[in-house]
Design a protein around this ligand. Sequence first.
Ligand code: ATP
Length: 242
Amino acid sequence: AKGEDLLVVEDLCVNYGRIEAIRDVSFRVPRGNIATLIGANGAGKTTTLKTISGLRSVRAGRILFEGEDITKVPSHKLVQRGICQSPEGRGIFPGMTVEENLDMGAYTRTDRRSGAIRQDQERVYTLFPRLLERRTQSAGTMSGGEQQMLAIGRALMSRPKLLLLDEPSMGLAPKLIQQIFTIIREINAQGTTVLLVEQNAMQALRTADVAYVLETGQVVREGTGEELAADDSVKAAYLGGD
Ligand code: ATP
């Protein structure tokens, strides 16, 4: 049901060798919400997302998805269960066309013959008309912003219940940043829960229902996006004081 916690992260600790990247991180993502993790460089945002999507192993703590413990479930199984990450730095297949990249996103789906995949491809092209124009172009020759759109589109092709987005606005021109956040809201309005990691704190807080501030590997503040956007200490630290 809407409003229950889709994802629960409890006392998560992740190390790189002896370095503690995150320590006792706890937060929740209610079903149907957009949640955001904000924080400075090196705060542990990417590590947290990678751990949820099964790419890093946990030293302590646990991760629950739809009430089930997924702490040790490998990445490809998580995609089948409905968690998909659109990675920082895009991670698309540069030698493949736009359309082939989208097909790869649907790879783990079992409803292959139902026409649902075709329908979802139409949906991605509606969200990102630019991708439709360029569907036969090889992905590696597209602009940074277009590749970012493709990465999000490809993640959507797995029909995730939870979409993890790592810095979707990174390296984009201001106008495109606006557009990406509008699209994130649209994806959410169509029923996908979103966990968004961002350095662009103001935009992220404006977009998010719930927000968490990470500082040197720990959650130091939480609230609604609106609350944190209005909070003086958050403003001073992350929003350039405006
Ligand atoms: P950014 O916004 O700069 O991407 P972040 O909040 O995503 O930062 P992480 O990338 O999660 O931060 O890094 C958290 C900490 O873990 C940092 O101190 C970083 O140097 C360290 N770290 C990340 N990856 C590795 C790695 N592969 N080996 C060793 N330390 C790492």
